[in-house]
Design a protein around this ligand. Structure first.
Ligand SMILES: *Cc1c(COP(=O)(O)O)cnc(C)c1O
Length: 222
């Protein structure tokens, strides 16, 4: 199927509560425009340089989401372009984003990344760290950051039961926080989970943002 056909097919599978993030990392502007012309507006990138090169030359109404590991010295390449950062994986990063934003009178939409997979290589907070950080922020508000939810990745495996248990954990933590702080974090509404191989399962557990790359654009060329 073409890029346009994949976009249309995936969108037809999504409930109204979920949106598609087309992950365009390592794919050229031409491919992004093909998806754009099929109606896609949210694109995900994972490398600051690549985002900063693509965003200025592509249409203004694209909503860029940053989904990769972000170093604090790269904020200036990312924050001017993005409508959401999915991958805040440390308190230090969150505080640096806040500092950057406050100095420029911005509010940056962020998700906190929760580590649930079995692979050590993946990033993110443990559940305890995440709950502690949230209760910290509830007491000492960050003016430059809007907490919009959590993001996570399941293990890369064929074991469906393992994937299910990981999405269930993400969903449980998400609901817990959402219900605990309805007034303090009114925008805490997004549960970002599900990729090309597992987004159908993620949707069963209430994903609101699926991040799909390979299925749309084909294999990445590194
Ligand atoms: C690359 C990437 C994706 C997309 O993965 P596919 O398997 O190509 O769909 C989703 N989320 C994150 C965080 C990624 O880095």
């Amino acid at each position: 199927m073409s890029i346009a056909q994949e976009i249309i097919k995936i969108k037809s599978e999504l409930p109204s509560s979920a949106r598609l993030v087309a992950v365009s990392k390592f794919h050229p502007a031409d491919s992004i425009m093909e998806a754009y012309d099929a109606g896609q507006r949210i694109f995900g990138e994972s490398r600051p340089q690549e985002l900063a090169a693509k965003a200025p030359v592509l249409p203004d109404d694209i909503q860029w989401h940053f989904i990769g590991h972000l170093q604090t010295n790269k904020l200036k390449m990312v924050i001017p372009y993005v409508s959401l950062i999915h991958s805040v994986d440390s308190k230090r990063l969150l505080l640096e984003i806040n500092k950057f934003a406050v100095a420029r009178n911005l509010k940056v939409n962020c998700l906190l990344e929760l580590f649930v997979a079995t692979e050590e290589t993946k990033q993110g907070f443990s559940e305890d760290e995440l709950l502690e950080l949230i209760s910290d922020i509830a007491e000492n508000p960050l003016q430059g950051v809007e907490l919009c939810g959590i993001m996570g990745m399941a293990s890369y495996t064929d074991d469906q039961e393992l994937i299910r248990s990981e999405f269930k954990k993400l969903s449980g933590t998400f609901e817990f926080i959402k219900n605990k702080y309805p007034d303090r974090f009114p925008e805490f509404k997004q549960l970002s989970m599900g990729m090309s191989n597992d987004y159908h399962i993620a949707l069963e557990y209430g994903s609101t943002l699926v991040r799909i790359g390979t299925r749309i654009f084909g294999e990445r060329v590194y």
